[in-house]
Design a protein around this ligand. Structure first.
Ligand code: SF4
Ligand code: SF4
Length: 695
């Protein structure tokens, strides 16, 4: 039976491996130490699952218990194979009993956890069957999925009942015949008290029956798992190990595009190898994805944590990140037979985009990464979405017209708006401190090679052109000047980073922008960059490195907080005395790059902060990212910024502080929509700090 069960399991896994081999590699699997640490933290420590504390802790107990019981179950199988299990007269020791105290720990721990898991599974079943938990529903969940969840939980329930039944019968049998008990059984010792009036033979019969049932259930469950939603029992550890180790908001570089762009910029660059399969840009169907997408889809537990935190989904749009993952799995189930037979050229006339996932869902994503942050098994939904957007943009020219227009503007003017590139430095004109002293913003070109400033202040498109956002760059410049920071700007030599182009799927334009900027930055020998724009911060810090631009990039909140620590900005609070501020975490700064404390530290010297209920890594997106700022939102029941403004208004703060020009625009729109412009101000942290000093 063991051979048959293992044989079937090997067959299931071999099919999966064949599909994995067909798909492309997502990234190099370096950083073994970091990956093992991630497994220990995310899987071993169950840190992400415990973000939902009560039910998360229960799940963690079930997980830890399962690990221990798996060792005990392996021993049970070995006892069966060796025959020690069938001794009715206790003639032979159990296979692993020589381990002494370790054996006692495995058996005793398994005995206790069996009861905990039993109770936990009953609660899980009750939640699924009788409680209306919102995240367990959704159009992507079919009747089969609900049945599957109930079947898997029933399997686990029966496994625990048979384990405790076997242990209790064994203990009662040993006690009745005055034999030594091997291992410790804290729970079963109590249970054995209820069955002392059963004959020795019958106790041994119950023990063996439970043992057979338990072992057969293990074999059946193990072979059911690869075809069920509970496959994460096998897959979660490897999937966490294989997941991305980079910041969440860093998006990968398209190597096939890079080769073409390099050739456009330098005709002497090596020609791309076009002898293989025709290049397809982005992901139209499952075979265009990486094997990580496939493993992600197999690992998904359908828990719905991702969808429950998705701003698009919460505001009634069609997008559900869980559906994106399940669509991939279902499409692969449908197509894998043909792919394995005929290779990647196989076609059944259908595709992932169109037949499963719609363009409407894909364009509703703000790339906020709340889904990836919350996923307990480190699934990367935004990368799947981006790959499909890349296909829509690059192969089908099927982006929303406003996104196309913003990309065209970047191509023509170096900014997503129709402003002339020559006006990029206009924000710095006539800049004065409050007392009328002029502020001259230095240009990097004015410095000699041996006398470069410490920081390059990267202004970014929004803070260069948008009237309201310009106030951020103007106020931050005053702070730099006031604190005596050595800095300079690129002026009109700066052009858009390509952040918007990348997130819309236009990797060609992104790389063109990136190469142009890197050339300028490297020509000035820039090593340190400071910026007020978290989107550019992310792009410059995380994405330019793949294309040859390696810089130490900091956000203006980090520099302000450093200046405070160094006593270069001394405490003055008069301007905002008595005011309460609530701080909105920008996704690209917080969740994307884990900058949570610096903005708070920058503010805490001058104002008191009242946190929104959803803050830091749980903060709701403002709704601007992932091209949303430049297009109409998809159909829903409210705007994302409206929902986030409601969060802010609940704190009763007088000021909503932001640290991103896009968040600033959205939160201002929200305040306007709520008719609260008269009593609520939206200010960037640079404005609050500068105004505190009367700059
Ligand atoms: S990145 Fe944000 S908007 Fe996009 S699917 Fe994930 S949670 Fe939803
Ligand atoms: S993708 Fe992750 S968070 Fe979303 S349903 Fe699947 S396992 Fe849960």
């Amino acid at each position: 039976m063991t051979v048959t069960a293992v044989g079937f399991l090997a067959f299931s896994f071999s099919k999966i491996l064949k599909i994995v081999k067909l798909l492309k590699k997502p990234y190099a699997l370096t950083n073994v130490g970091e990956r093992l640490g991630m497994v220990l933290k995310v899987a071993g420590g169950q840190t992400k699952i415990m973000r939902f504390p009560i039910i998360g802790f229960l799940h963690a107990l079930v997980f830890w218990g399962f690990l221990l019981i798996t060792v005990g179950s392996a021993e049970m199988i070995l006892d069966g194979i060796s025959g020690t299990m069938f001794d009715s007269d206790f003639a032979n020791d159990r296979v692993l009993s020589f381990l002494g105290i370790v054996y006692d720990f495995i058996i005793g721990g398994g005995d206790v956890f069996a009861l905990i898991i039993l109770v936990g599974v009953l609660i899980f079943l009750a939640r699924r069957l009788f409680m209306n938990v919102k995240r367990f529903s959704g159009e992507e969940l079919r009747h089969k999925d609900h049945k599957d969840a109930a079947i898997s939980l029933t399997f686990i329930l029966l496994l625990m009942i048979t384990l405790l039944g076997m242990n209790a019968a064994y203990v009662a049998h040993a006690n009745a015949t005055a034999h030594e008990i091997e291992g410790v059984f804290p729970i079963s010792l109590m249970l054995a008290g209820f069955i002392t009036n059963i004959s020795h033979e019958n106790l041994h019969f119950i023990e063996l029956t439970c043992w057979w049932a338990h072992v057969l259930l293990i074999f059946a469950f193990a072979n059911y798992l690869p075809y069920s939603k509970h496959f994460h029992v096998f897959m979660s550890l490897p999937n966490v190990y294989l997941s991305r180790t980079e910041p969440l908001t860093k998006m990968n570089v398209m190597e096939n595009v890079r080769k073409e762009v390099e050739l456009m910029l330098n005709p002497n660059a090596p020609m791309p190898d076009d002898s293989g399969e025709p290049i397809r840009f982005g992901m139209k169907d499952v075979e265009d994805g990486s094997w990580k997408f496939y493993l992600d889809s197999l690992t998904c537990t359908q828990c719905g944590r991702c969808t429950s935190v998705c701003p698009a989904n919460q505001t009634g749009k069609k997008l559900s990140p869980r559906k994106i993952v399940l669509d991939y799995r279902r499409r692969m189930e449908e197509k894998s037979g043909g792919l394995l037979k005929e290779g990647k050229t196989f076609s059944d006339g259908k595709s992932l985009i169109g037949n499963y996932t719609t363009a409407e869902e894909l364009w509703a994503c703000t790339t906020c990464n709340a889904c990836a942050q919350e996923c307990p098994v480190n699934i990367d939904q935004p990368s799947m979405i981006l790959e499909m957007r890349r296909h829509l943009y690059l192969e089908e020219s099927a982006a929303p017209s406003a996104v196309n227009a913003a990309n065209t503007n970047i191509e023509n003017n170096g900014a997503p708006w129709k402003y002339s590139a020559a006006d990029r430095f206009n924000w710095a004109k006539n800049l004065k401190f409050a007392d009328g002293t002029p502020v001259k913003v230095p240009l990097i070109s004015e410095f000699t090679e041996n006398n470069r400033p410490e920081y390059l202040f990267w202004v970014g498109s929004a803070c260069s052109f948008d009237d309201r956002s310009m106030e951020i760059s103007r106020n931050f410049t005053k702070i730099l000047q006031f604190a005596g920071v050595s800095y300079a700007c690129l002026g009109t030599e700066e052009t858009d980073t390509g952040d918007l182009a990348k997130r819309s799927g236009n990797e060609f334009l992104f790389q063109m922008q990136a190469f142009a900027n890197i050339e300028v930055l490297n020509s000035y020998g820039i090593t340190k960059i400071v910026t007020c724009d978290p989107h550019d911060y992310n792009t410059l810090k995380n994405e330019y490195a793949d294309l040859g631009g390696n810089y130490e990039v900091i956000h203006h909140s980090e520099l302000i907080s450093k200046l405070i620590s160094e006593d270069k900005l001394k405490q003055t609070a008069a301007k905002f005395a008595g005011k309460t501020v609530t701080y909105h975490d920008p996704c690209y700064l917080g969740r994307g790059n884990s900058v949570y404390d610096a903005p708070r530290k920058s503010l805490s010297n001058y104002v008191s902060i009242s946190e929104m209920q959803r803050n830091k890594s749980r903060a709701l997106c403002c709704g601007a990212g992932g091209t949303q700022m430049f297009k109409e939102a998809e159909k829903g029941n409210m705007e994302v910024y409206e929902m986030r403004t409601d969060d802010a208004l609940k704190t009763n703060a007088n000021i909503i502080a932001t640290a991103c020009p896009y968040c600033m625009t959205m939160m201002r729109d929200g305040v306007k929509m709520k008719n609260r412009e008269a009593d609520i101000k939206v200010l960037d942290i640079a404005e609050i700090v500068a105004q505190s000093y009367g700059l």
